[in-house]
Design a binder for this molecule. Structure first.
Ligand code: AMP
Ligand code: MG
Length: 418
C-alpha cells in the first residue's frame, strides 16, 4: 500500500447548518475522511508485538505439521475393543524431533513421547500409565477410541489458510501463532508518528518549579503514554505558550516530523484559544462542537496536509476525547481500521438524572458485579481517571438512572489500555 496524498484543508468540514454534532455522526465522518497514511515494511516475528499487519498472514505450513502424540505412551493403529489384550512391542521409539523411521504393522506398538511424530501405520496412543510390559508385549485394556491421544496434522492450522487479516494489531500470543505457522517475518505498517503538543501559558513541565497560579502539564505524559500503548511513535514537542506565532511554529515543526498532530488546550473559541484561532486562520480547521460531555469542543484541523486533533485542555476531557474520537481515527491512519470499543452491559450501582441532548461519559469501575461512578463529575478532577477502570457511556436521551438499571461500561481494556 502506498502512502496516500496529503489531506485537503476542507477534510474535516461539517455539513452547513450543523451546530452540535452527535458522537455517532462525528465518528462516521472521521471514518469516512481518514485513511491509512503509513508505508509498509517487513518485520521479524519476534520484533512485531503491537505492530499492525499490512497484509493478511497465510500459514506457511500446517500446524501441527504431521500427526504427533499428545502424551507419553505407546503408539499403535486402530484403537482398542473393550477388554484386556496385548500388542507386540517393537524395538526403538519415536521422540520429539527424532521420528521413528519404520512402519508399524497391525498388532504392533511403539514407545512414543509427547510431541513425537506418529510412526507410519499408527493413529492412536495409549497412555504409559495405562499399560504393563510383559515378555516384550504390551498389555492394555480397552476400550480406547481410534485416534485417542494423537494430534492430527493440520488440526490447528492448515497450510495456505489465512490466520490473521490485514489491519490486525499483533499481540504477544499472535507472535506464537505466526511462528507456529512457519513464518519468520510479517508485513506491517510503519508505526504512525504522532506529534504531541500542550498549549497554555499556565503550564509547567512535570517537576519544574511552579507558581501558585501555574499548573503542571498533565496531558502530555498521559497522552504520550496512551499513544505508545497503541503502538504509535510519539514525538514530544513540549509546551507551547498561548501566542499565535508560537503555536504556528510548533505546528510547523510537528508537520515536518509526524503523520498526525495531537494538541491539547486552546481548542475552543475564547481569547486565549490560539490553537483553534491559528488553525482557523490557515483555512484548515473545523471546530467540531460535539454533543458530548466531557469534551466539547474538539478542534479538527489540517496543517500542511497533516491532520491535527485539537483536544480540549482539561485532562479528563482530553483523555475521554482521545479514547472516543482520536483512537479510532489514529488507528485508521495507522492501518488498523476504524475501531469501536466492546461494551459490557452492567447494572448501575449509582443514581443519576441525565438531561437530553448529549452523550455522557462517566469515569467508572466495576465492583461486585455493578458499575460504580466517580464521586464527582467535575472534569477538572484528574484523579478520577486513575480511580476509574473504564467509562460508563450514557446515550443522548434524557434518563433517570437508578441502581440496578443496565448501563454500558467500556473498560479501559476495550480501548487497548490496561
Ligand atoms: P483550555 O482548553 O486551554 O481552555 O484549558 C481548559 C482547562 O484545562 C484549563 O483549566 C487549563 O488550565 C487546563 N489545561 C490545559 N492544558 C492542560 C494540560 N496540558 N495539563 C493540565 N491541565 C491543562
Ligand atoms: Mg488554555
Amino acid at each position: 500500500m502506498s502512502a496516500p496524498s496529503k489531506l485537503s484543508n476542507d477534510c474535516f468540514a461539517l455539513p452547513a447548518g450543523v451546530h452540535w454534532t452527535p458522537v455517532s455522526e462525528a465518528l462516521r465522518l472521521l471514518e469516512q475522511r481518514l485513511q491509512c497514511c503509513v508505508p509498509v515494511e517487513q518485520s521479524a516475528v519476534e520484533d512485531s508485538d503491537g505492530r499492525i499487519l499490512a497484509h493478511a498472514v497465510i500459514a506457511a505450513r500446517s500446524h501441527p505439521p504431521c500427526a504427533n502424540s499428545a502424551v507419553d505412551g505407546y503408539a499403535f493403529a486402530g484403537g482398542l475393543q473393550a477388554g484386556a489384550q496385548s500388542l507386540q512391542l517393537r524395538d526403538g521409539r519415536s521422540a520429539a524431533g527424532e521420528a521413528f523411521k519404520g512402519r508399524l504393522l497391525p498388532g504392533q506398538a511403539l514407545r512414543i513421547l509427547t510431541g513425537a511424530a506418529l510412526p507410519g501405520g499408527a493413529d492412536t496412543v495409549v497412555l504409559q500409565e495405562d499399560v504393563r510390559i510383559d515378555d516384550g508385549r504390551l498389555q492394555v485394556t480397552g476400550p480406547l477410541k481410534a485416534g485417542a491421544n494423537a494430534r492430527a496434522a493440520g488440526e490447528d492450522m492448515q497450510q495456505g489458510a489465512q490466520i490473521f487479516p490485514a489491519g490486525h494489531q499483533l499481540r504477544p500470543e499472535d507472535l506464537g501463532v505466526i511462528a507456529a505457522a512457519g513464518l519468520g517475518e510479517v508485513s506491517v505498517f510503519k508505526p504512525l508518528k504522532v506529534a504531541v503538543i500542550s498549549t497554555g501559558a499556565e503550564l509547567r513541565a512535570p517537576g519544574q518549579a511552579a507558581r501558585v497560579d501555574q499548573i503542571f502539564d498533565a496531558n502530555r505524559p498521559m497522552l504520550c503514554a496512551v499513544l505508545r500503548r497503541w503502538g504509535m511513535e510519539v514525538v514530544d514537542l513540549g509546551i507551547v505558550p498561548d501566542e499565535a506565532a508560537a503555536v504556528r511554529a510548533a505546528l510547523d515543526r510537528a508537520k515536518d516530523c509526524a503523520d498526525v498532530i495531537m494538541t491539547s488546550g486552546g481548542a475552543s473559541a475564547g481569547d486565549q484559544d490560539h490553537m483553534s484561532a491559528v488553525l482557523r486562520a490557515s483555512g484548515g480547521m473545523a471546530l467540531w462542537r460535539i454533543a458530548v460531555k466531557p469534551g466539547r469542543p474538539l478542534a479538527l484541523g489540517v496543517w500542511g496536509g497533516v491532520p491535527v486533533f485539537g483536544l480540549p485542555g482539561n485532562p479528563v476531557a482530553a483523555f475521554v476525547c482521545t479514547l472516543i474520537f482520536a483512537r479510532p481515527a489514529l488507528l485508521q491512519l495507522a492501518g488498523a481500521g476504524f475501531q469501536v470499543p466492546q461494551a459490557l452491559h452492567m447494572p448501575a450501582a449509582f443514581s443519576k438524572t441525565k438531561k437530553a441532548g448529549r452523550r455522557e461519559y462517566l469515569r467508572a469501575r466495576l465492583r461486585d458485579g455493578a458499575a460504580h461512578v466517580f464521586a464527582s463529575e467535575g472534569s477538572g478532577r484528574v484523579s478520577g481517571l486513575s480511580w476509574a477502570e473504564g467509562l460508563v457511556e450514557l446515550p443522548e436521551a434524557a434518563a433517570e438512572i437508578k441502581p440496578g438499571q443496565t448501563v454500558c461500561f467500556l473498560p479501559y481494556a476495550s480501548f487497548g489500555l490496561p
